[in-house]
Design a protein around this ligand. Structure first.
Ligand code: FAD
Length: 304
């Protein structure tokens, strides 16, 4: 019998990490990178804290990925709470380090997701303007955000998609979505995007649910819907991490395999700096951990 889940097309994955705050977290990050690297991700991205709060740590992590692995890092960059001159300086520093790929974002103020957004005088006002600024400095590869359930501040889908169109017109070549759990919602969004004349890949952002309570809280802030069936799956498992982890793997595999059945081939995983669930899902997708010919495993030491 053939594997009904086996994709008939080539699967490509990318992984998102966040910059660690402590030596212990740095150790976890590198353990995750070492485990996931042999899956040959098309790129790995490193987030930028709210309001640019992790500027140095993000740069440090991207630099280590560049210098100590064969992975292709993408630096997340936000333009909130900074002037154009300040953001341009950060871009030039990345370029001088060898970074060729950015995930360009407006970002949120340190006040937090959902707080009122005020463009900084003399700053880039949104993701589209940041893409333009990046392209003025160099011919970088640029990924941007997309919101299948629309951005919470957006009055409607048309406004949101119009902004995405401006990002593409300014040079973005890939959009990565906010996480979502209802694949029909994603499919309807992609249809709207295509109707608006946007043809770049819209890569689904997939979040494995390590901690349902945390994901539910974050979903409320970002406007991602938690379907009732999903909440039911995790019901009563608050004190049972082992079952929770099995359920999380099943839920994520179901979502990703359904997207494969719908013809999707690129997936961006929000790893939370953990390899376990992501590695299992990638294995189910048919990716294998053997290093490609000529590809070395990362040789990163644990401490910086
Ligand atoms: P944009 O796409 O520029 O705009 C989003 C919405 O804001 C628009 O739809 C519009 O309604 C409104 N808007 C745009 N311009 C204006 C304006 N001038 N005045 C008022 N409203 C306006 N956040 C981080 O801090 N660091 C990260 O590393 C990070 N990585 C992310 C990666 C992905 C794939 C995604 C999907 C999100 C990420 N975020 C990150 C979250 C993101 O910063 C927030 O969702 C933020 O609120 C919007 O940023 P954006 O680039 O998506 O905004």
């Amino acid at each position: 019998m053939t594997n009904p889940a086996a994709p008939s097309h080539k699967i490509s994955v990318s992984f998102e990490f966040f910059p660690p705050k402590s030596d212990k977290m740095e150790e976890s990050l590198w353990a995750a990178v070492t485990r996931l690297a042999p899956l040959s991700p098309s790129f790995v991205s490193v987030t930028y804290g709210a309001g640019g709060s992790t500027r140095e740590r993000t740069h440090h992590t991207v630099k280590r990925l560049l210098n100590e692995t064969n992975l292709a890092p993408a630096a997340h960059l936000t333009c909130v709470d900074a002037t154009k001159a300040e953001v341009d300086e950060v871009i030039r520093q990345y370029r001088d380090t060898g970074v060729k790929h950015f995930v360009a974002l407006r970002g949120d103020s340190q006040a937090g997701v959902g707080g009122h957004y005020e463009p900084t005088p003399g700053g880039y006002r949104n993701g589209a303007e940041l893409v333009e600024g990046l392209k003025r400095i160099d011919d970088f590869e640029i990924s941007v955000s997309a919101y299948p359930e629309k951005h919470p501040e957006s009055p409607d889908f048309a406004t949101d998609i119009d902004l995405l169109k401006r990002k593409v017109d300014n040079g973005a070549t890939r959009a990565i979505t906010q996480f979502f759990f209802d694949n029909d919602v994603f499919e309807r969004y992609v249809e709207r995007v295509r109707r608006a004349g946007i043809y770049i890949p819209i890569v689904p952002g997939i979040v494995p649910i390590h901690d349902f309570v945390k994901v539910a809280r974050f979903s409320a802030a970002t406007g991602a819907t938690i379907p009732a069936w999903l909440a039911e799956r995790f019901e009563g498992l608050e004190e049972d991490p082992q079952t929770r982890s099995h359920v999380a793997a099943a839920v994520c595999a179901e979502q990703v395999l359904d997207l494969v059945q719908r013809g999707l081939s690129d997936f961006h995983f929000y790893t939370m700096n953990r390899a376990d669930l992501v590695y299992s899902i990638c294995h189910i997708l048919g990716l294998r951990g053997a290093p490609a010919a000529g590809q070395d495993l990362p040789t990163a030491p644990v401490a910086a």
